[in-house]
Design a binder for this molecule. Structure first.
Ligand SMILES: *Cc1c(COP(=O)(O)O)cnc(C)c1O
Length: 467
C-alpha cells in the first residue's frame, strides 16, 4: 500500500535524473527506505547488496553514526554561513587543510563547490583565466576524451564525451574537443590490436590533436584516471606513461578528474597517485563526504594557484554552498575515519587484491569476454557464448542482466553490455564472496533467458528487454 502510494506520487510529480520519464512511470520506481553497511532496503522488504556504493560515493558504507553526529553537531553550532565577503568558518578551513595534506605535495589550495559538475565548471573557468593572466589568451581549447563523464551541467556535459548527452544538449561550450578513449575491449580488440600498442596509439591521438589545434591554442587535457560512468574502463598499462611523455613535450595543463577515483577507490588517496601523475588541477566530489551530504571542489596546484592569487584580482566565481559548513564538517569527519581505519591501505593491500582474485574467476563464465578490476572498481564485458563477440544491441543483454541482479539482491549497473561495480570501500572479504557469487548467478540466469529468447526469436520479447 505504502509502495503504491509513493510510486503514484513519484509518477505524478518527480522527474528523475538520467531517466526515460514515461517508461519509468509505466514501470514504477523502487522505493529505497533505509540502508546499513553495504546493503540497501526497499519498501517491499528486499535487502540488496549495493555494489555501486550509491553512485560511486558511499565509500564508508551506510549508517555511520560518526558522520550523522558530525552533521548534527555542526547544524547546532552553525548551520550555514558563506565564504564570500571576507568570511569563513572552522569546518571549511579545517577541511581545506586536511585535503591539501592528503593531496600530492604541489597541491596546496582548494576551491569548494556543491558537486562534481560544479567542480568541473570551476576548473574550466580557472584554466582559461590562468592562461589569460599568463598573457596567452588564445590558450582556450580543452582536450577531453570520448565517452568520458565530467558531469551534467552545461560545462560538465561539454567536457564529457557522452554522445547521447551531446545529441540532446547542444550547442555545447565552445573550444572543447575530444580524442579517443583508451578502451581496449570496446575499441582496440575489435580492431585486432594488443592492449599496449592500443594504449600508446590513444596517447598518440592526444599528441596529434595538440598539433592540429596548435600548442599555442591548447589550455588543458582532462581525463579520469579510470573512466567510471563510461564503463569502469581501466586503461592499458602503456597509456598513462605514454600520455605523460606527450604532455612533457607541450606546455599544457593536466586536469585529472578525481570525482570517482579520489578517496581510495583505486587503493591510493587519489588515482593520480596510483598512476604517478602530476595534475595541475583535480576536481573532486562523491567519496569526499561518502555521499552523506553534497560537496565537491577543485584542488589547485601551486603553478595555477600562484598566478590566480598573485595576478588575478577578484575571481568572479563561486556558489552559495561553496564550503557549506555542515557538508564540510561531514567531509572532514569522513576523511578522519578513513585515516583512522586505514581504509585506503585496506583497499590497496587487502580487499582490492582479494576482489581482483575473485572477480577474475568470472572470466571463466562463457558469457564474459573480459573481467577487469583495479582497487574496488570492476567490470564484466558480456559476450555471446556462441561467437565470443558482443550480443546484438537490440537484445539488451546488459539491461537484462542488471534487472536479474536486482531480483537476486545485487545492485550491479550496466553500461550497454558492460556490467560495472564500485562497492563501498568497507566491504569485507565475505561480502566480496557474496557479491561475486550473486554476479555469477545473475550471469547464469541472463544466459538462460537470452538463450530462450533467441530460440523464441520473438521481437516482442526482445523489445521488452530493452527498457
Ligand atoms: C559523477 C561525476 C562527476 C559529476 O559529479 P556530480 O556531483 O554528479 O555533479 C564528474 N566527474 C566524474 C568523473 C564523475 O564520476
Amino acid at each position: 500500500m505504502q509502495t503504491e502510494t509513493y510510486r503514484q506520487l513519484d509518477r505524478d510529480h518527480h522527474l528523475h535524473p538520467f531517466t526515460d520519464f514515461k517508461a519509468l512511470g509505466e514501470e514504477g520506481s523502487r522505493i529505497v527506505t533505509h540502508a546499513e553497511g553495504i546493503y540497501i532496503h526497499d519498501s517491499e522488504g528486499n535487502r540488496i547488496l549495493d555494489a555501486m556504493a550509491g553512485l560511486w560515493c558511499v565509500n564508508l558504507g551506510y549508517g555511520r553514526q560518526e558522520l550523522v553526529e558530525a552533521a548534527t553537531a555542526q547544524l547546532h553550532e552553525l548551520p550555514y554561513y558563506n565564504n564570500f565577503f571576507k568570511s569563513t568558518h572552522p569546518p571549511a578551513v579545517k577541511l581545506a587543510e586536511a585535503l591539501c595534506r592528503l593531496a600530492p605535495a604541489h597541491m596546496n589550495r582548494v576551491f569548494f563547490t556543491g558537486s562534481g559538475s560544479e567542480a568541473n565548471d570551476t576548473m574550466l573557468r580557472m584554466v582559461r583565466r590562468y592562461w589569460a593572466l599568463e598573457g596567452k589568451p588564445d590558450k582556450q581549447w580543452v582536450i577531453a576524451r570520448e565517452n568520458a563523464y565530467h558531469g551534467s551541467t552545461v560545462a560538465g556535459m561539454s567536457l564529457g564525451g557522452m554522445a547521447p548527452m551531446h545529441a540532446q544538449g547542444g550547442p555545447t561550450v565552445p573550444r572543447i574537443t575530444h580524442v579517443r578513449q583508451p578502451y581496449w575491449f570496446g575499441e582496440g580488440r575489435p580492431a585486432g590490436q594488443d592492449p599496449e600498442t592500443f594504449g600508446r596509439d590513444c596517447a598518440a591521438a592526444l599528441e596529434a590533436k595538440i598539433q592540429e589545434l596548435g600548442e599555442e591554442n591548447v589550455a588543458a587535457f582532462i581525463a579520469e584516471p579510470v573512466q567510471g560512468a563510461g564503463g569502469a574502463i581501466i586503461p592499458p598499462e602503456s597509456y598513462w606513461p605514454a600520455v605523460k611523455e606527450v604532455l612533457a613535450r607541450y606546455d599544457i595543463l593536466l586536469v585529472v578528474d578525481e570525482v570517482i577515483c579520489g578517496f581510495g577507490r583505486l587503493g591510493e588517496w587519489f588515482g593520480s597517485v596510483h598512476y604517478d601523475l602530476e595534475p595541475d588541477l583535480m576536481p573532486i566530489a562523491k567519496g569526499l563526504s561518502s555521499g552523506y551530504l553534497p560537496i565537491g571542489g577543485v584542488l589547485v596546484g601551486d603553478r595555477v594557484a600562484e598566478t590566480l592569487i598573485e595576478r588575478g584580482g577578484e575571481f568572479f566565481h563561486g556558489f552559495t554552498y561553496s564550503g557549506h559548513p555542515v557538508c564540510a564538517a561531514v567531509a572532514l569527519q569522513n576523511l578522519e575515519l578513513m585515516q583512522a581505519e586505514g581504509i585506503v591501505e585496506r583497499v590497496r593491500d587487502d580487499v582490492g587484491p582479494y576482489l581482483a582474485e575473485r572477480w577474475a574467476t568470472l572470466a571463466d563464465h562463457p558469457m564474459v569476454g573480459e573481467a577487469r578490476s583495479l582497487g574496488l572498481i570492476g567490470a564484466l564485458e558480456l559476450v555471446d557464448p556462441a561467437t565470443g563477440e558482443r550480443f546484438p544491441k537490440p537484445l539488451g543483454a546488459g539491461t537484462l542482466c542488471r534487472d536479474i541482479c536486482l531480483d537476486l539482491g545485487l545492485v550491479m549497473r550496466s553500461v550497454g553490455d558492460t556490467m560495472i561495480i564500485s562497492p563501498p570501500l568497507i566491504i569485507t572479504r565475505a561480502e566480496i564472496d557474496e557479491l561475486v557469487s550473486l554476479a555469477g548467478e545473475a550471469l547464469d540466469e541472463t544466459a538462460r533467458r537470452l538463450a530462450a529468447r533467441e530460440q523464441a526469436d520473438d521481437p516482442a520479447i526482445i523489445e521488452e528487454s530493452r527498457s
